[in-house]
Design a protein around this ligand. Structure first.
Ligand code: NAD
Ligand code: UGA
Length: 437
């Protein structure tokens, strides 16, 4: 059991804090956002993440999990300090490390005893070395710490499960003592199976970017295959299933859709590309994945415009699903943002519904109409577009919807609706890469 402070209580910091306390450690989650800490101390969870609230309650009650805005004293009483602040994209595409270095300043001002300093935020290759150099320079080597890169691979929407049962835990360090301490904090995982892989700091940083980039590349690839399927009369669903049966390819991340979004893939690909340019290394595949994704996002608007007779000018469109994927409240880089912009630019009108994220999207578009349920959102609209694969959209009452809509156009960008039923109900529909029935 270790005393741990986690700096940054966002999607990653909070889930990591909860997970490590569940593993038996004593964890303090700190944040500069006082209202977030107040909410957590009042039993409110600032993000939507399945299973998180129960686990927070359990570990708070067991006095293993604490929330605080007193960053200095939390650092002083901990042996392991984990940086989990944001690393957003800066104007030139590179990762903005402002928050990481602010967190590091808090750490370096409070180094009262030996500490393992861990970066869990996704940071460009070379950042660990910069952190080590900065600390050593400040203290002229008269300082007792070790550094570890420990990137996180959880997905929003299944973050708790991903953290508690990870495929791998990467510990990037050149130091045996720090490695042992990290093994200790992840001990329950280590006992059951051994997902822990040790690496050099730079390698660990690269593993994170390479993994995200490869997954994004896979999505862009299947999206382009889907687009070609539409032109040649093949069905991408069957293609993806068959491809996935080949163990070398795997069936994961072969779902075509409206383009990948979220707070990570888009910015991480840009950051890796920017780093590759800095080192004069060409990365054609990365550039292609980014470009294909931009095209895919544009293509959705164009598909809708083609589907609706006479185009979408003056038409009312219901958008179902606002988040970048299901089971999260996160709308960052959601393809829905591009679609709403497109519809408004074309002179169309938007009715929006999301089971969780209406409020988040209203911060970006406050002049469209938001609804509390599907059936109010689709009333008297010309077209309906599924943008997020929320489970509740898989079982829509199409008969009721048909009667309530003014026109009969459906664009299913997640391929979740039953095509046979759509046809039988008389909808004019489109999707991504499927043979229409
Ligand atoms: P987030 O924006 O949800 O949370 C970051 C938190 O850090 C915020 O609450 C902010 O107030 C706090 N913060 C900023 N500066 C601080 C400081 N100096 N001291 C204390 N708190 C501070 O970010 P996130 O989505 O959790 O992502 C964090 C990092 O993890 C990023 O590098 C991201 O790329 C990476 N990552 C994210 C995910 C994900 O699914 N969101 C998964 C894996 C890795
Ligand atoms: C992704 C990675 O999956 C995590 O391993 C990683 O830790 C995280 O980024 C990160 O670094 O932040 P996340 O962005 O939460 O996780 O969600 P994903 O499930 O990867 O989905 C990302 C986007 O790709 C979504 O817009 C999703 O709809 C899209 N996607 C995903 C597809 O279009 N098709 C697929 O087959 C899979």
């Amino acid at each position: 059991m270790k005393n741990i402070t986690i700096i940054g209580t966002g999607y990653v910091g909070l889930v990591t804090g909860v997970g490590l306390s569940e593993f038996g450690n004593k964890v303090i989650c700190v944040d500069i956002n006082q209202s977030k800490i107040n909410d957590l101390n009042a039993g409110k969870v600032p993000i939507y993440e399945p299973g998180l609230l129960d686990l927070i309650r359990k570990n708070v009650n067991s006095e293993r999990l604490f929330f605080s805005s007193d960053i200095a004293s939390s650092i002083k009483e901990s042996e392991v300090i984990i940086i989990a602040v944001g690393t957003p994209q800066s104007k030139n595409g590179s990762a903005d490390l402002k928050y990481v270095f602010d967190a590091l300043d808090s750490i370096s001002e409070n180094l009262n005893s030996y500490k393992v300093i861990v970066t869990k935020s996704t940071v460009p290759i070379g950042t660990g070395e910069k952190i080590i150099t900065k600390l050593k320079k400040k203290y002229e080597d008269n300082i007792d710490f070790d550094y570890v890169s420990n990137p996180e691979f959880l997905r929003e929407g299944s973050a708790v499960k991903d953290f508690l049962w990870p495929d791998r835990v990467i510990i990037g360090t050149n130091n045996e003592k720090a490695l042992q301490i990290m093994r200790d904090i992840y001990r329950p995982l280590y006992i059951n199976k051994n997902p822990i892989q040790r690496a050099a700091v730079e390698t660990s940083e690269m593993i994170k970017y390479a993994s995200n980039s490869f997954l994004a590349l896979k999505i862009s690839f299947i999206n382009e295959i889907a687009n070609l399927c539409e032109s040649v009369g093949a069905d991408v669903h069957d293609v993806a299933i068959a491809m996935g049966k080949d163990g070398r390819i795997s069936d994961k991340f072969l779902h075509p859709g409206p383009g990948f979004g979220g707070s990570c893939f888009p910015k991480d690909l840009e950051a890796l590309l920017s780093l590759s340019k800095e080192h004069s290394v060409t990365m054609e595949t990365l550039q292609a994945a980014i470009k294909a994704n931009r095209n895919q996002k544009e293509r959705i608007g164009e598909k809708l415009d083609r589907l609706v007779s006479g185009g979408i000018k003056g038409k009312k469109i219901a958008i179902l699903g606002l988040t970048f994927k299901a089971n999260t409240d996160d709308v960052r880089e959601s393809s829905t943002i591009d679609l709403i912009k497109f519809i408004l630019n074309q002179g169309g009108f938007v009715n929006a519904y999301d089971p969780i994220a209406n409020e988040s999207m209203a911060k970006i578009f406050n002049d469209i109409h938001y609804f509390d349920n599907v059936y109010d959102a689709i009333c008297e609209v010309d077209a309906l577009v599924i943008m997020t694969e929320w489970n509740e959209f898989r079982a829509l009452d199409l008969n009721r919807i048909k009667k309530s809509m003014r026109n009969n156009y459906v664009l299913d960008t997640r391929n979740i609706l039953n095509m046979k039923e759509l046809s039988e109900q008389g909808f004019v529909y489109d999707n991504i890469g499927r043979i229409k029935i």
